[in-house]
Ligand binder design. Structure first.
Ligand code: UD1
Ligand code: CA
Length: 487
């Protein structure tokens, strides 16, 4: 006997109840397609070969599967004639490439809660038994719709009977077929052609293999899974949301046990591929998506969404929306920041309130604290960009770069008309429109000297509240006594 292992994944069904142009198994939970989750679980079985049965919208499902598992064999089932037929299509395709031996595990493409551990435990139980067919079963409160596991007096599995073919007494049985089966390859190859579609649905039932094995005098077994939710499939969007919430709950539980503080698991969403270090704190309303990585002691949230971002040790990110951005160790972001792709904030730097950044590298300790847009820029170490500054990076046709050197001090409300460079240690005055390069150490000012025209309000806005206020501020001799003008 060989310990070769082959996995067959069924994913040819239409999923009409999703009412979607996207095939069912490509709908995502926790940042991955449903079939992507199953392929990840399958991966931990380390199977020699994997075949995925595709049918409906295979032009979408096929490439998606190949991207995640390039060695997967795509077996095309033109017509969905039943699970038995689907497995036959897969086995025929596998056999065409080389002999199928050892064990074949069959699973479905729409069960994203299935873990590699559960799958492995089941495969191990099958391997340790002398069964030709093992069923991963489950005991559920409401078995409606499932195939029921029929056991004989000794507890051996006699048959699986589908809901539509079951007698009223059989429908009372609460042990159901999860759909995941492990089969002896020799038996499978021999029995598949003998399946018939003479049943209530007119389909070739994979589950009839149990009865065929018994007829051949072979052993069959069913292993009830403790955590039945793992084998739940999503057939419509209501179930998709329920499974998504459950998967998120499980992901958060795993991170909490690994040392992450999640203040409010109910409003925190973390995708399957996110990586968190111990002593990270996630505050309410936080979504960490895609391949986001958060380092030790960082605090994220409240109300923050980060997709494919990297947050450094001890950084703080408050009420922020970030995409493909890097936040250095000890840096601080927000509240109300928008980090767009290519933002790279250095250690101990700051991107503050109502600041948008894009394709911008900020050096160690560099700060853009308030009300600014910085795009296509490089800001040197220790530099402070004054409040309300804008990089005018777009001339209507092309994007240009702004470079500000180290330890510069740019004034409030500056416009950097790119391409432009401000040198190391340079300063700019408030309201400067920086159109030309500023040399290192220089001060650039572009606003003209302030002109004061006395008595303007009384002359040009007579009879208004403005003029009245100005009049009241004037002394008896008509001279100004504006606050601060005298002691
Ligand atoms: C099947 C099982 C049932 C089990 C239930 C668990 C059979 C006959 N019945 O019933 O015992 O309790 O799953 O959910 O196996 N598929 C194909 N090609 C086909 C038919 C199905 O790829 O020709 C795929 C579907 O896309 C789906 C899976 O196989 O992912 C299950 O098919 P479905 O028709 O939903 O089976 P059930 O009637 O639910
Ligand atoms: Ca089903």
């Amino acid at each position: 006997m060989t310990n070769e292992l082959t996995v067959v994944l069924l994913a040819a069904g239409g999923g009409t109840r999703m009412r979607s142009k996207t095939p069912k198994v490509l709908h995502a939970v926790a940042g991955r397609s449903m079939v992507g989750h199953v392929l990840a679980a399958v991966g931990s079985l380390d199977p020699g070969r994997v075949a995925v049965v595709v049918g409906h919208q295979r032009e979408l499902v096929g490439p998606h599967v190949t991207e995640r598992r390039p060695d997967a064999l795509l077996a095309v089932q033109e017509e969905q004639l039943g699970t038995g037929h689907a497995v036959r299509v897969a086995i025929d395709a596998l056999a065409a490439e080389g002999p199928v031996a050892g064990t074949v595990v069959v699973a479905y493409g729409d069960t994203p809660l299935l873990t590699g551990e559960a799958l492995r435990a089941f495969a191990d139980e099958h391997a340790a038994s002398d069964c030709a067919v093992s069923v991963l079963s489950g005991r559920v409160p409401d078995p409606t719709g499932y195939g029921r596991v029929l056991r004989d007096a000794d507890g051996e599995v006699e048959a699986i009977v589908e809901e539509k073919d079951a007698t009223p007494a059989q429908r009372e049985i609460v042990e159901i077929n999860s759909g995941i089966l492990a089969l002896d390859a020799d038996f499978l190859l021999d029995a598949l052609p003998r399946l018939s579609n003479d049943n209530a649905k007119g389909e070739y039932y994979l589950t009839d293999l149990v009865g065929l094995a018994r007829e051949a005098g072979l052993h069959t077994g069913a292993h009830p899974v403790a955590d039945v939710r793992q084998t739940e499939g999503a057939n419509d969007r209501v179930q998709l949301a329920e499974i998504g919430r459950e998967l998120n709950r499980r992901i958060l539980e795993r991170w909490m046990r690994a040392g992450v503080t999640v203040v409010d698991p109910g409003t925190t969403w973390v995708d399957a591929d996110v990586v968190l270090a111990p002593d990270v704190t996630l505050l309410p309303g936080t979504q960490l998506l895609g391949a986001t990585v958060v380092a030790e002691d960082a605090v994220v949230g409240p109300d923050t969404t980060l997709r494919d971002c990297e947050v450094g040790v001890g950084a703080s990110v408050v009420r922020t929306h970030g995409l493909l951005a890097v936040v250095g160790a000890g840096a601080s972001v927000g509240p109300f920041a928008y980090l767009r792709p290519g933002t790279d904030l250095g250690a101990d730097g700051k991107i503050g309130t109502f600041v948008e950044t894009k394709n911008t590298v900020l050096g160690r300790g560099a700060k853009v604290p308030h009300l600014s847009y910085v795009g296509d820029a490089e800001v040197g170490e220790g530099t402070n960009v004054g409040a309300g500054s804008i990089t005018a990076n777009y001339d209507g046709q092309a994007k240009h770069r702004t470079v500000v050197g180290r330890h510069a001090r740019t004034g409030s409300h500056n416009v950097f008309v790119a391409p432009v460079t401000v040198g190391d240690g340079a300063s700019t005055g408030a309201g400067t429109v920086v159109r030309e390069d500023v040399p290192a150490g220089a001060l650039a000012v572009s606003a003209g000297p302030q002109r004061v025209i006395e008595g303007w309000a009384a002359r040009r806005r007579p009879g208004t509240a403005q003029a009245e206020a100005a009049d009241q501020a004037s002394g008896p001799d008509g001279a100004s006594s504006a606050p601060g003008a005298s002691d």
